[in-house]
Design a binder for this molecule. Structure first.
Ligand code: TRP
Ligand code: ZN
Length: 475
């Protein structure tokens, strides 16, 4: 029941190595700034977005409005050729700014068509445009790059990003794997629209986010063009490649569904994917209108991966999902994808909500009631890992996908529901999704919406369930 969508491989060595890297990060950032001198630093975009859990994720000084990614992947040699054109806007004067990119070789960078200076070390691609950018200026950065993408190992020991499979690649980048396949402002604070042009060997399918704009085959290769029209955080982008069976159709609500399924998972996936339109309709009744024009599923056969991800408009699954995983990943389309976190410590706003959607689905489809699920969890002893840290303050990037985030996060919502009643509870969820649609939300803002709509003082209850250490007393 807890954190069912990701089983971290828990590779001890990887975990230890990652901790060592993290420990040195603030020093590295300081050194980077220090080396440039304080005067110059004033016009240098920061190397990170200011998230203490992932200090180098994202960058300062600009916002990316649009990514235009052209990728060519050779599934045999696992070589990726990439060209990324970013349309961005400076939020300060910039003589220099960073992009996140790791493990790939950069062959050229231009800013507004002039060759720019660049230096690439670790995950920071430092770009020096020929002319300084002024605050508010829109600019276009083109990066050409290539190499063999490798997944990023996260603080909890699991991998994300571009993960090669036997017939292509499983691409799921939460929280920091976007940098393993394209140069990005890789923090959920920054959301952008996307175009993808992906060329793969004929017979393979490349599936990204949004709607399919076209596909054509020539000289033994097929090119797929995808367009994601609503803003998206970099970690939610995908370009999953494999041998897939494809189906597409439009729902009664006019949503374009595109499902891509690995033949080895087709039999198990079929009855679950058949439920997608009804799951989306059910979620739309509870949470408000579906936030994107496209939907669907990518069901890969990637037995070593161990998780699914709510890639925007089209979740990716490492194998045929069960119904509750389908419900979970699609609930994220409202909670996580349309309404995004501004800092990774708020991750319960994604995982607690998607988990609670599973409980609600069960309750309304002949399974256990949410109360029963809550009670079973509440019955766990105070020493259980469920109570090991508060969901709203996981403490470090290592804990962001821990049991308290998923299960106790959902328990917090159940307590809220009991305190305000069903009518107000569902009004709160819909209002949250509507007010922050295509944007961001924080825990404090959620509490304010809940208090405003219910007219109740919920500070104590929510504080207890979201922020206090240890097993809360029953209210
Ligand atoms: N957000 C995913 C879920 O609960 C789980 C997840 C966390 C994940 N990190 C990931 C999936 C990295 C893929 C890659 O649905
Ligand atoms: Zn989730």
């Amino acid at each position: 029941m807890t954190a069912p969508h990701r089983q971290a491989p828990g590779r001890r060595t990887a975990v230890l190595r990652r901790e060592a890297v993290l420990a040195t990060v603030p020093v590295a950032v300081a050194a980077l700034l220090g080396a440039a001198g304080p005067a110059a630093a004033g016009t240098h975009g920061a190397a990170g977005a200011g998230d203490p859990y992932f200090p180098l994720s994202g960058n300062g000084g600009y916002h990316v409005e649009h990514y235009d990614l052209t990728l060519r992947y050779d599934t045999g040699s696992r070589h990726l050729d990439g060209k990324a054109v970013l349309t961005a806007r400076a939020t300060q004067k910039l003589t220099r700014f960073d992009l996140d990119l790791k493990g790939l070789k950069v062959t050229g960078v231009t800013v507004d068509r002039s060759a720019a200076g660049f230096r690439h070390s670790g995950q920071e691609l430092v770009v020096t445009p020929r002319h300084a950018l002024h605050k508010g200026q829109e600019f276009r950065v083109t990066v050409t790059y290539n190499g063999t993408p490798k997944p990023v190992t996260d603080p909890d020991g699991s991998q994300d990003g571009w993960i090669p499979t036997d017939d292509g690649a499983f691409v799921a980048s939460e929280p920091q794997g976007a940098m393993s396949w394209f140069p990005a402002n890789s923090h959920p604070k920054d959301k952008s629209t996307y175009d993808f042009t992906i060329t793969v060997p004929k017979g393979r399918t490349a599936v990204a986010n949004g709607v399919l704009r076209g596909q054509h085959t020539a000289n033994g290769r097929t090119t797929f063009r995808w367009h994601q029209a609503e803003p998206m955080a970099a970690y939610l982008a995908t370009a999953t490649v494999g041998k897939f069976k494809v189906e597409h159709y439009t729902t009664r609500d006019g949503i374009e569904v595109y499902n891509a399924v690995d033949a080895r998972e087709a039999r198990a996936a079929a009855p679950v994917l058949k439920k997608l339109p009804s799951v989306l309709e059910w979620e739309s009744k509870l949470f408000g209108p579906y936030p994107f024009r496209a939907a669907g599923s990518i069901v890969d056969h990637a037995p070593d991966v161990g998780f699914a991800l709510e890639t925007e408009s089209r979740p990716v699954y490492d194998s045929a999902p069960g119904v509750s995983t389908l419900v979970h990943e699609n609930a994220h389309q409202w909670f996580g994808d349309s309404v995004s976190v501004t800092a990774w410590k708020d991750i319960w706003l994604n995982e607690g909500f998607a988990t609670y959607a599973e409980w609600l689905y069960s309750e309304q489809h002949g399974g256990d009631s949410a109360q029963k699920t809550f009670d079973a969890l509440y019955g766990r002893p105070a020493s259980d890992e469920l109570w090991s840290f508060p969901p709203g303050d996981p403490g470090s990037g290592k804990n962001i996908f821990g049991t308290p985030v998923y299960a106790r996060g959902a328990m917090a919502l159940h307590e809220l529901r009991k305190a305000v009643g069903d009518r107000d509870f569902f009004r709160i969820l819909r209002c949250w999704a509507a007010e922050h649609r295509a944007g961001h939300g924080t825990t404090a803002q959620f509490v304010r919406v809940a208090e405003h709509l219910s007219g109740k003082d919920l500070d104590g209850l929510l504080h207890t369930w979201i922020y206090t250490q240890g097993k809360p007393n029953k209210s």
